[in-house]
Design a protein around this ligand. Structure first.
Ligand SMILES: NC(=O)c1ccc[n+]([C@@H]2O[C@H](COP(=O)([O-])OP(=O)(O)OC[C@H]3O[C@@H](n4cnc5c(N)ncnc54)[C@H](OP(=O)(O)O)[C@@H]3O)[C@@H](O)[C@H]2O)c1
Length: 253
């Protein structure tokens, strides 16, 4: 297992939810962490609480100049790059029959093309340190939620590209893996304007019984798995379900 305390890590979407928890987990183990996100105040608050170990750089992952700046900031802050964690993403729900071209393009721009581009741009630095790329898929590729085809399709793409990227980058000693979280209470649905906070809480509560372990997960529990994959030197091309057994599709009938 690689030591975390010598790592330089870039985490997109590090201002909230799973990305924030992952940043805290890496920093607690001594890593140099760079986080990004569009809302300056969110990433600044996380960076302030983590101290000098963490640098925040605001930007939109769909913008090439912003991606370059994120990468450069991480390399400067950490003296190189050991791990790229592609946490930034949005929920995209639209009913079949109501698809719009613009909506689907935005979904793929943000959830697929942007992390692919950033990963491609990071290869030179990662190769110098036998580094790792982690994508965040979703349990939506294991369980079908009506209304969520745009989101599920972007996550299926991420899971698929993980395998091919791992095959392509293996000889350069870069590992590529994907985490498939189950239900974790974050602001993702609120930011998408889909539900109120109360509705969101009620939905998560209703989903508890669908998990083998009888409860939804926490961002910290997903962050721990992300840290593990950054360390695990002989794991590549994997999709790791971190879902409390939601993907098992258990039925009590
Ligand atoms: N929560 C779950 O149950 C769950 C389950 C499976 C998978 N996931 C995945 O886990 C990842 C993290 O989500 P989360 O649940 O932790 O939600 P979250 O708290 O909303 O985090 C997503 C982050 O991505 C950032 N982001 C979104 N679009 C961006 C853009 N264009 N450029 C830069 N940053 C952007 C957001 O910050 P700004 O708005 O400030 O940019 C936000 O901080 C996502 O990929 C999500 O699909 C979540």
């Amino acid at each position: 297992m690689r030591d975390v305390n010598t790592m330089s890590v870039l985490i997109t979407g590090g201002g909230s939810g799973i990305g924030e928890a992952t940043a805290r987990q890496f920093a607690a183990r001594g890593a140099r962490v760079t986080i990004s996100g569009r809302r300056q105040e969110k990433i600044d608050a996380v960076a302030r609480s983590l101290g000098p170990a963490c640098r925040a750089i605001a930007g939109d992952i769909t913008n090439q100049h912003h991606r370059e700046a994120m990468l450069q900031a991480a390399v400067e802050h950490g003296g190189g790059l050991d791990a790229l964690i592609n946490c930034a993403g949005n929920m995209y729900r639209q009913a079949v029959g109501e698809y719009t071209d613009e909506f689907l393009r935005e979904a793929f721009e943000t959830n697929v093309i942007a992390p692919m581009m950033l990963s491609s741009m990071a290869v030179t630095e990662l190769a110098k340190r036998q580094g790792a790329i982690t994508f965040i898929g979703s349990i939506h590729t294991r369980r079908a939620y009506p209304g969520a085809t745009p989101y599920a399709t972007t996550k299926a793409a991420v899971e698929g590209l993980t395998r091919v990227m791992a095959a392509e980058l293996g000889r350069r000693q870069i590992r590529v893996n994907c985490i498939l979280p189950g239900a974790v209470s974050t602001e993702i649905n609120l930011r998408a304007g889909l539900f109120t906070a109360e509705q969101s809480a009620a939905r998560y509560a209703a989903m508890a019984g669908d998990h083998a372990l009888g409860r939804i997960g926490s961002s910290d529990e997903v962050g721990e798995a992300i840290v593990f994959l950054a360390q695990a030197e002989w794991i590549t091309g994997a999709s790791l379900e971190v879902d409390g057994g939601l993907g098992l599709g258990i039925s009590n009938n």
